[in-house]
Ligand binder design. Structure first.
Ligand code: SF4
Length: 302
């Protein structure tokens, strides 16, 4: 989906960017690196971020016991029903912290993941505090073969929220990681959560402005979801957390999107969590309806 409102603002969503870049629809293939996360294994914490599900914030990944080529074939099969005409793919390691682990193992699977001619890029979700010099060198080398995208889960720039969600690193760590990644020519995408408890629209605007000013290539805006089995679920049932209504969310996006310049690609505007785990807000499960509402809201701003 692509919105273009000249005179008011211009924004580009990921799907359209990829179509322009590669001449066809590009699908993400969710793969599993078989890694964990320092916020789960005790290096930083045991409970993980308060919103993070057992699947490590990525529910669609393949079975880590399988080889990467086998995972790729299975992931292609999963998206095959959606494909009409030519398609290309991005190998996507989303769940857990995909730069955390044995660098030799990680290099091997990254290289396997970019193997096919129809794979156009490698996308790696991680934390800013898990990018060692060795990993950076590996990513830089692979980036010379195919584009490497590094997705950083920042979620918020506000310290009180970062402490509440148990993120486990400071904003300065994010700044440094973005600089090091960008200096190596890597593509950086920052993930923010909208609707964290206690955050106002003004707080979220500040987070978006900060991310844009950090000169990243892309931004992901994720509505706060309450997922089954998370500590946030407990808070929700205790009445300590409320979730946004759809109108509230579309109004908020109407304020945030104009802050994003046209050279920052918007990778996400809602969320695409596993419906089986979603506790609230249930309206967000109807992605088509939500995107239509966002589109309507944005057109009303022209
Ligand atoms: S850093 Fe990512 S994988 Fe680790 S607990 Fe937080 S959201 Fe989950």
């Amino acid at each position: 989906m692509f919105f273009c409102f000249r005179g008011f603002y211009y924004m580009k969503l990921l799907g359209e960017y990829l179509r322009e870049e590669y001449g066809c629809k590009v699908y993400k293939l969710s793969l599993s690196a078989g890694v964990t996360c320092p916020n789960r294994d005790g290096r930083i914490g045991y409970g993980g971020c308060i919103f993070c599900s057992a699947g490590g914030s990525g529910e669609f990944a393949a079975n880590a016991d399988k080889s990467i080529p086998d995972q790729i074939e299975e992931a292609k099969l999963r998206v095959s029903k959606k494909i009409k005409g030519e398609a290309k793919y991005i190998s996507y390691f989303q769940s857990y912290t995909n730069t955390y682990g044995d660098p030799d193992h990680l290099e091997r699977i990254y290289r396997e993941a970019i193997g096919g001619n129809d794979i156009v890029a490698l996308s790696i979700g991680t934390r800013p505090d898990c990018i060692s010099d060795k990993i950076l060198k590996i990513l830089s080398d692979i980036n010379k073969i195919k584009p490497v995208w590094v997705e950083l889960g920042l979620q918020t720039i506000h310290k009180r929220s970062a402490v509440y969600i148990r993120r486990g690193y400071d904003l300065s760590c994010y700044d440094e990681a973005v600089k090091r990644l960008k200096d190596c020519g890597l593509t950086v995408i920052t993930h923010l959560i909208l609707g964290l408890p206690g955050e106002t629209a003004e707080d979220m605007k500040e987070s978006v402005k900060y991310v844009v000013n950090s000169k990243v290539n892309g931004i992901k805006l994720q509505l706060l979801h309450i997922l089954k089995g998370t500590d946030l679920e407990k808070e929700y049932y205790l009445g300590k957390v409320r979730v946004m209504e759809m109108d509230e969310y579309t109004d908020l996006l109407g304020e945030l999107i104009p802050l994003i310049p046209d050279d920052v690609i918007i990778h996400r505007l809602t969320g695409d969590g596993d419906k089986k785990l979603l506790i609230a807000p249930l309206w967000s499960a109807d992605k088509k309806k939500v995107l239509n509402a966002i589109n309507k809201k944005l057109r009303s701003l022209e």
